[in-house]
Design a protein around this ligand. Structure first.
Ligand SMILES: [Zn+2]
Length: 473
């Protein structure tokens, strides 16, 4: 299937979004790409779908969505939207269409921070994830190069928002990170990577307030942003320093620990800090209000927090299939061990993390989501899907959970005029699911087709191509 014609709509879309991926050449997909593509036509009509459009509004039945080139051209009830004569029609009766998932904490690594440049882009896409922010890179040049190849349609994968190497202080931490020696060093690092083209930074667990302040200031001078997985610095301190976003939520906020020393990450376990914590207490609510007041968004990563509650084992055969054999054996053992685990305190803490996120949203906070594919059973794509099930469990409506995973992520990235919702004029990034995730949250896993920039990818072909590769490359 060849995309020889660049339609007027595509040309317009490019003109309207000069910062987006350019389409200088006609959309010729070479054979390396074509093997993953199921639908590739200038005009596509998805008919009779259930639609969750990403705005948080209720799901609508029997909708037709017209894609023209890279753009969503029309959306509406099947009875009122005219299907163009030249459209390739995809009957979506019995299926649900959602916007492409935006993974805000979607690393490109697994197990010992090994770069997964081959398996992850395909795995993300197969799971319906069409945009990722890497949120702490292990090799920023690899990410920048991979991003360019995906942007030019040379490789299948999500749009990548590249984050610089972790901004980390000295002390414990994985070997891929540079230990900052002070504020000037933080500025030097931010300046260098901002000039190389990264658009976000992630500060990490051992950074000092002075280094974080310098990094934020330098990033903002370069028009780029800073998020953080904190520990040595509390959430309110980071908000005061002007941070743009915060990762993970409650269980990385140490400011409630009575023994907290300035600039020091406590070495006590979660239960010592959060076991007796009351989310409704004025202190916790004050954090939420200060974040909301300063427009500091937050990334929910419930799927990776779930790994800290030993009895809650998110068994997923697809994870075992994707991992290389030695890692699959290890994860199978972990799945088995969950069956006899006792962890009532861990479960109580996990519930508090959920409540913190709910309260944050109820107070007007902007919550996105990400998978944190790092380790054990948390891998690209499937972790993002698990987040949907967990957000619903946390008390969000299905439509809110989809909004958190799509439109809110787009807002946090500043991409919301282009992606994150299903409306005319938006980029054609959307996921066709078999079934109805409103009634059955697990249906989020049943991806039928993933459209990115109007190209309909085949999740089975993508998934089969990386069988046994996750953990290796
Ligand atoms: Zn992470």
């Amino acid at each position: 299937m060849r995309r020889a014609i660049v339609t007027a709509a595509v040309a317009l879309a490019v003109a309207a979004y000069p910062s987006g991926p350019l389409l200088a050449q006609a959309r010729h997909l070479d054979s390396a790409m074509q093997q993953y593509v199921r639908v590739d036509a200038p005009v596509v009509a998805l008919t009779h779908a259930r639609l969750i459009d990403g705005t948080g509004g209720p799901a609508r039945d029997d909708q037709t969505i017209i894609l023209r080139g890279e753009t969503i051209a029309a959306v509406g009830p099947a009875v009122s939207v005219t299907v163009p004569a030249d459209a390739r029609v995809v009957d979506a009766a019995g299926k649900t269409v959602i916007p492409g998932i935006i993974g805000l904490h979607d690393h490109m690594y697994y197990g010992g921070m090994k770069f997964m440049g081959v398996s992850y882009p395909r795995l993300f896409l197969s799971a319906g994830v069409t945009t990722i922010r890497t949120t702490g890179s292990v090799d920023a040049y690899q990410e920048l190069n991979l991003k360019r190849r995906i942007d030019s349609l040379e490789l299948p994968g999500p749009e990548i928002v590249v984050t610089g190497p972790y901004l980390q202080g000295p002390g414990p931490g994985p070997g891929a990170m540079h230990p900052l020696s002070g504020p000037d060093d933080a500025r030097r690092m931010v300046r260098y990577w901002a000039e190389e083209g990264v658009t976000w930074f992630k500060a990490y667990t051992q950074i000092s307030r002075a280094e974080l302040a310098a990094a934020i200031d330098e990033a903002h001078r370069h028009g780029v942003k800073v998020t953080a997985h904190l520990c040595s610095v509390g959430f309110r301190e980071a908000v005061d320093l002007g941070i743009d976003q915060l990762e993970h939520g409650l269980l990385t906020n140490t400011e409630y620990y009575s023994g907290k020393q300035p600039d020091v990450c406590p070495t006590v376990g979660d239960s010592a800090i959060y076991g007796a914590l009351d989310i409704e207490s004025p202190e916790v609510q004050r954090t939420i209000h200060e974040m909301v007041k300063h427009h500091v968004g937050m990334t929910s990563t419930l799927d990776v927090f779930e790994l800290s509650t030993p009895s809650r084992v998110p068994e997923d055969q697809r994870v075992l299939d994707a991992l290389y054999p030695a890692a699959a054996t290890q994860v199978a053992k972990y799945y088995e061990s969950g069956k006899t685990a006792h962890d009532s305190l861990h479960i109580a803490v996990f519930r508090k993390a959920m409540q913190f996120e709910r309260d944050f949203v109820n107070a007007g906070g902007l919550l996105g989501a990400g998978a944190d594919p790092c380790c054990l059973s948390a891998i690209a794509g499937y972790g993002d899907q698990r987040n949907y099930e967990l957000l619903v469990e946390a008390g969000f409506t299905p439509e809110q959970a989809i909004q958190i995973m799509t439109a809110n992520g787009a807002k946090i990235l500043g991409f919301d005029k282009r992606v994150g919702t299903i409306k005319p004029g938006m980029q054609a990034d959307l996921v066709v699911l078999d079934g109805d995730p409103v009634r059955t949250p697990r249906d989020i896993r049943n991806v039928d087709i993933v459209f990115r920039r109007g190209i309909g990818f085949d999740p089975t072909a993508l998934r089969e191509s990386i069988r046994g590769l996750v953990g290796l490359r």
